[in-house]
Design a protein around this ligand. Structure first.
Ligand code: ISE
Length: 333
């Protein structure tokens, strides 16, 4: 059994604890921690595990072999670096850090160990829909990919949400999945503001459009709505030379009644990729046991942050900003 400590007992932290506890073979959650001690105490009592007084204490504990970080975004990088200090395996929810510079520190610390210890929670790579899209693109039957049209729509946001987070917290998923689908790297990007929705009364831009250009000249547009007032809706179409591939909508029963045909939309993002999260953590535990991580790396987390930084800097300038990374270390090649 892999003894795992979870830092962060908010929505996704509790969801991952449930998943590791109930579903994932070979996983044992032995402890948790949260900035709000009461939150950790509550979860600890529910599962009969230890509540640590801090993330640092959990990481240092000899009872904890691997760490899952699901705390607030700004705390991720610090906990990842702390985990690396102890040479422990770390699964970090997205984003890996708040900026590219912090990701570079993580990359340097991981490279000093000479082996991969960090995995980033880009769970969409484990979604059956995206995986099948990638299989078809990679098979070459549709010719070269040329464009991606995507949209990421959330129902609402918690207090404290800011315009930049529309990129660094929300569209960060597209920043990862688009380069993964295309097998390509970004060259430049920009964020555009469009006519603002009447739902945008909380001081942040909504919607925004993210535009990207890849090294091979593909173009990507991502509509980002963080308060759409109707449902959690993720769309993605890859246009290739000889055809297109589309992300399927999640399974839903069609109802015919009152002279209409309908099916429900999800509203909670945790449900949309629930199966992908299950597969992701199952494979992570297997990979840790085998001593060889295979999922999204610190490098992938870094590239997404480099792109997010450039996009956030471009806002309001009307020009594309270059997306430039450091040289890829051998560990990630
Ligand atoms: C959340 O952290 C996610 O990962 C969701 O996929 C995203 O839609 C949501 O906006 C984020 O806050």
């Amino acid at each position: 059994m892999l003894k795992i400590g979870v830092i962060g007992c908010g929505a996704i932290g509790r969801d991952h604890i449930r998943r590791l506890h109930d579903l994932v073979p070979g996983a044992e959650v032995v402890g948790c921690a949260d900035y709000f001690q009461e939150a950790a105490d509550k979860v600890a009592a529910q599962y009969g595990i230890r509540a640590y007084a801090s993330g640092e204490e959990l990481i240092a504990s000899p009872d904890v072999q691997a760490i899952l970080i699901a705390s607030s975004d700004p705390s991720h990088a610090g906990y990842v670096l702390e985990g690396l200090k102890y040479g422990k395996y770390v699964f970090c929810e997205k984003p890996l850090a708040q900026n590219a510079a912090d990701c570079e520190k993580i990359i340097a610390a991981e490279c000093a160990h000479g082996k991969r210890l960090v995995q980033v929670g880009f769970m969409r790579r484990y979604d059956r829909g995206y995986a099948e899209m990638k299989r078809i693109i990679d098979s070459g039957e549709l010719g070269a990919p040329l464009m991606i049209h995507a949209c990421h729509r959330n129902v609402s946001q918690p207090d404290g949400f800011q315009t930049e987070m529309g990129v660094s917290n929300v569209a960060i998923h597209e920043l990862d999945i688009c380069r993964w689908l295309l097998g390509d790297e970004y060259k430049s990007g920009q964020v555009l503001k469009v006519r603002q929705s009447a739902e945008s009364t909380k001081g942040y831009d909504n919607p925004q459009i993210v535009l990207l250009e890849t090294q091979s000249g593909c173009r990507i547009d991502v509509e980002v709505q963080v308060a759409d007032a109707y449902g959690y809706d993720i769309q993605c179409q890859v246009v290739c030379e000889k055809g297109t591939v589309n992300l399927p909508d999640p399974y839903a029963v069609v109802k015919r009644a009152n002279a209409s045909r309908s099916y429900p939309l999800l509203t909670d993002w945790k449900d949309r990729f629930i199966e992908a999260y299950d597969i992701e953590l199952t494979q992570w535990v297997q990979a840790v046991e085998a001593g060889q991580l295979t999922g999204p790396s610190a490098w992938d987390g870094y590239v997404a942050c480099v792109a997010a930084d450039a996009l956030n800097r471009s806002r309001g300038t009307g020009v594309f900003y270059p997306i430039e990374t450091i040289e890829k270390p051998a560990l990630y090649r």
